[in-house]
Structure formats: C-alpha cells, structure tokens
Design a binder for this molecule. Structure first.
Ligand code: GLY
Ligand code: MN
Ligand code: MN
Length: 473
C-alpha cells in the first residue's frame, strides 16, 4: 500500500515528500472522476449510548469543582510506530470517562467545558469531521481520508450518540487560562480521583471484561498440548488469549504476560518467546478490554502437565492463602493498604517457615528495618482497575494507598511469590518457581465481591479445571 496524494496546487506534506519515491501520480481521469458517483450517506441519527448519561454526570462533577474555568480534555493523537505506520489509537482515559467515547473515538478530538456567564459549563466535543468527497483529504490522505481508512462518524451521529454538542476540530482554539488535563495538576488529580468509585455502568463493563477474559483462559487450557509442543509456547498462549478477545470483538487491556518456568519470576515478562515445558508452571497475566475501554486484569498460574508438584503446590497455596487473607481484610471502611498488609503477613510467615529469611517473620514485617520477604514479592498486592489497568494513577496517596475502601471501588488482589532461577538465598527446589494469583474485586456495602471467582483459583480447582478442559490423549 502506498500513500497517495498528488495535486500540483497543494504543497506536499512531510509525509508525502518522504513517500514520493513510491508515489504514483494521479492522472486527470482519476481526478475528474473520483469525487463523483458515490451514493449519499445514510443520515439516520443513532440513539444515545448507554454511557452518555453517566458521562454527563461526570462532566457535571468537573463543572462543579472548577467553576468559571475553561476545562480542556484532549483525546490525544495517533502515535507513530515507525515511518508512516502508527500504533492503534486509544483515547486518553479521562477523555473516554468524560465523553463515554471508547474504542471508536477519533484521534485529535478535544472535550472543552466552557464556563457559562451565569454559572455551570457548556460542553463541546471538537473532532475532525469527515471530509466531503470533493476534497483531497477524502481520496489522498492515507491517515484520515475515508477512501483509505473507511467511514468516519458524522457530527450529527456523534452528537446524538454521546449527547454532546459537536464542533469541527479546526474551531478549537486553546486559551491562555485553560485548565488542561495532564498539564494542570489539580484538574489531572481530580479527574483521576473521580474514577476511584465506579458507577453502575462502569461496574457492568468491568463484569463484561472479566467474563470475556475467563473465556480466554479456558481457550488456553484447551490447547495446552499444542502450547507445550511449540518451541515458543509462550507466544501461542499470548496468541490464544488475543484470539479469544478478537473472536468476541474485543482487544486486550495491556500486553499479556505469558511467563513459563523461570520467566514467571520476571514480573514484566512480556517478551513471551520461551517454551512451555511440562513439569513447569506457567503464569498468565491477561485481561480483555471491551469497547468502552474497561479492562480486566487477571492472573492464573497453571501446572503445564496438569498437576502441581509438592513444592509448586506449597508455594501456590501460600500465595492463595495470602490472597484469601487480603480478601478478608477488604471491607468497606478499611484502608487500601490494610489489604496489602494482610497479604504480606501471610507471605512473610510462609517464607520464614521455609527457612528463607535471615530474621523472624515479625522482624521482616517491620516497616523500617524489615522487608526481607519482599525479595520474593516486590510488587504491591492491589491497584485500582477500570479504564486503565492501573487506574486512578494520579490520585493522591491519601486517596489511594492510604485511602479508605468504599462501595463501588474495583481493585485487584494479586499476591505472588517469585524465586528467581539464580537466587542463591533459596534452596534449589524453589528456584525457578513463580506464582501469582490475581483477581478483580468489587467493593459493595456488604463486603468484597470477587468478580473473577468463576475462574478456578485453588490448587485443587486449577488441576480439576485442566483435567476437565484438556482433551484426553
Ligand atoms: N497486569 C499488570 C498488573 O497485574 O498489575
Ligand atoms: Mn494487576
Ligand atoms: Mn495483572
């Protein structure tokens, strides 16, 4: 495919200049005819999306917090991958939250809340409206021209679906006093913190994401034999999860971690280029993202041959006990950090019992002088989950780690134990074992609900899951 575009009267862009070595000149016959012979586009007005009312309520909260200020929330732009290819576009999460526009949002859009003289704000969504078929853009712009990328939404359609006034992006003019998300700290913090408690629409979307992810884990287990036979079985695991996401019309919310054997001990193992060897464990950390951009974040650790060895089971069940302790500590009104502390005290006790610590578990848990056990679990136990896998990242510490758990919060519980293959502080039988169990938790007035509980998580249940789904030889 080549970038088109040649009208002698229009100065070439940098991109067009760069592509000139493979560009074919448009002949007059093409130019005379390209704008004609197209059927009218349907002008049916779509109904409002379910997300629209929720997004309107969120904009009202921003309006109330920033009276008299002009608030600007950019969607962001395409990011270059290389040369003239870009990464798939994904709008800024604050933009998605405040517009209800998810995976089909248009790059370069901007949501603006203009203060009204009599109070409140007027919301306008600036976006690149589709170009008329008589324009150079229509047939010659390979990045945005509809001839190249397919139909783009109409202004009236977007306005109706999102319940927002729309305007052409060329009419957006930044002002010197604008408050801009990601530029101004107070606004950035506010729009992050307002996502700490999910509304019912968000919870429903997260449930969908979790259900869709569960199907991906099932698919992996069904294909464990093919995975183990492939020299890069980790790639097959990643591919199967992604395939399930795509088959269901979704994508993934972050790069899948398919970490087999000793790779499981590398927390951000996304290279996924290793074999999956019977006798080892494979740690799979994966989450489906649905159209609204809400994502699951789930980890399961599986014995590749269907059975945990004694030492694998010992480590696995210690992690499971830590997860259960964290779940029990998560109550409305308890602090976010208490969830982590509950998991950590179980982890410290077990690694102490196994003789891995130079001090007692109690000494290891001392906030200032301890931490010895964290060599084997360096990450936190929980993070908020939503539009971003690590949601609410700009929230203040007192609202997040030191904050109080409230109904409507959704967060992970994900303790682990990781004994790296070359860690001489542990007996040889532990080396190369990495286990994490990660579930997605909704806090309710009655306590926590494990949204991912349908995915087997005890050692016995994981073995039974594999036995049930893996085709018999
Ligand atoms: N998948 C990233 C995390 O678990 O936080
Ligand atoms: Mn996580
Ligand atoms: Mn995860």
């Amino acid at each position: 495919m080549s970038t088109a575009g040649e009208l002698d009267t229009i100065a070439p862009t940098e991109e067009e200049r760069a592509a000139a070595n493979r560009r074919q000149r448009f002949g007059q016959g093409f130019l005379d005819g390209i704008s004609r012979g197209w059927a009218d586009r349907p002008d049916t007005v779509p109904p409002a999306r379910h997300s629209a009312a929720y997004a309107a309520a969120r904009r009202a909260a921003v309006s109330a917090r920033f009276p008299g200020e002009r608030v600007v929330v950019p969607a962001g732009s395409l990011k270059q991958r290389s040369n003239d290819t870009d990464y798939p576009f994904r709008p800024h999460s604050a933009f998605a939250h405040l517009t209800g526009w998810g995976s089909d949002a248009e790059p370069d859009s901007v949501l603006v809340l203009d203060p009204r003289p009599d109070g409140g704000h007027e919301a306008t969504l600036y976006f690149r409206e589709r170009a008329d078929r008589t324009t150079h853009e229509f047939y010659a712009d390979a990045t945005v021209g509809e001839f190249w990328i397919g139909p783009r939404p109409s202004a009236s359609g977007v306005a109706a679906e999102l319940g927002l006034r729309t305007a052409p992006v060329e009419e957006f003019a930044p002002g010197p006093g604008d408050l801009v998300v990601d530029v101004h700290a107070d606004l950035t913090q506010f729009v992050s913190e307002m996502r700490l408690v999910k509304d019912e629409y968000e919870v429903a979307q997260l449930r969908l994401a979790v259900e869709a992810s569960a199907r991906g884990f099932d698919d992996i287990i069904r294909d464990l034999a093919r995975i183990a036979a492939h020299p890069r079985g980790e790639r097959v695991v990643e591919g199967l999860f992604h395939q399930r996401a795509r088959l269901d019309g979704n994508t993934v919310g972050y790069d899948t971690i398919a970490a087999s054997g000793p790779h499981a001990c590398y927390l951000h193992w996304t290279r996924n280029d290793g074999p999956v060897v019977p006798g080892d464990l494979i740690l799979i950390d994966a989450g489906v993202e649905v159209d609204s951009l809400y994502t699951a974040d789930i980890t399961r650790t599986l014995p590749v041959n269907g059975r945990f060895s004694d030492v694998q089971r010992r480590v696995y069940e210690a992690v499971r006990e830590a997860a259960d302790a964290a779940f029990a500590a998560a109550r409305p009104g308890s602090r976010f950090r208490e969830v982590h502390e509950a998991a950590m005290s179980v982890i410290a006790r077990h690694v102490s019992d196994w003789g891995l610590l130079p001090v007692s578990a109690q000494e290891a848990l001392d906030a200032d002088l301890g931490g010895h056990h964290r060599r084997y679990m360096v990450h936190g136990t929980s993070h908020h989950l939503g539009l971003d896998v690590h949601d609410c990242a700009q929230a203040r510490r007192e609202m997040y780690y030191d904050g109080v758990l409230e109904p409507g919060m959704v967060f992970t519980i994900e303790p682990g134990l990781y004994f790296q293959i070359d860690d001489l502080t542990v007996p040889a039988e532990y080396r190369g074992i990495g286990v994490r169990i990660e579930d997605d938790i909704l806090m309710t007035p009655d306590g926590p609900v494990n949204l991912s509980a349908s995915i087997p998580r005890t050692a016995d249940d994981v073995e039974a899951w594999i036995a049930r789904l893996r085709p018999s030889a």
